[in-house]
Write a protein that binds this ligand. Structure first.
Ligand SMILES: [Zn+2]
Length: 78
């Protein structure tokens, strides 16, 4: 779901594009989607990097917590 190429893509984004993605993210959160309105991780509360939100506007966890979360889902789902 998330790999290094997304970071490469994000690093290629212009600053304005990241700002735009963040604005979209905040709008989505205001519209009642799951997640935190300020772009902080649901698990640890640390801010989710703007570059990550630019790639994954629905991201509600930082990379570490998302990786843990997916690993747990795989383990319990198997
Ligand atoms: Zn986290």
């Amino acid at each position: 779901m998330f790999d290094e190429r997304d970071y490469e893509r994000a690093s290629e984004l212009a600053e304005g594009e990241i700002e735009h993605a963040l604005a979209q993210h905040r709008q989505r959160m205001r519209d009642g989607a799951e997640g935190s309105p300020d772009g902080s991780c649901l698990e640890c509360g640390l801010p989710i990097p703007a570059a990550r939100l630019a790639v994954w506007p629905n991201a509600t966890r930082c990379v570490e917590c998302q990786t843990d979360h997916e690993r747990q889902q795989k383990t319990t789902g198997a």
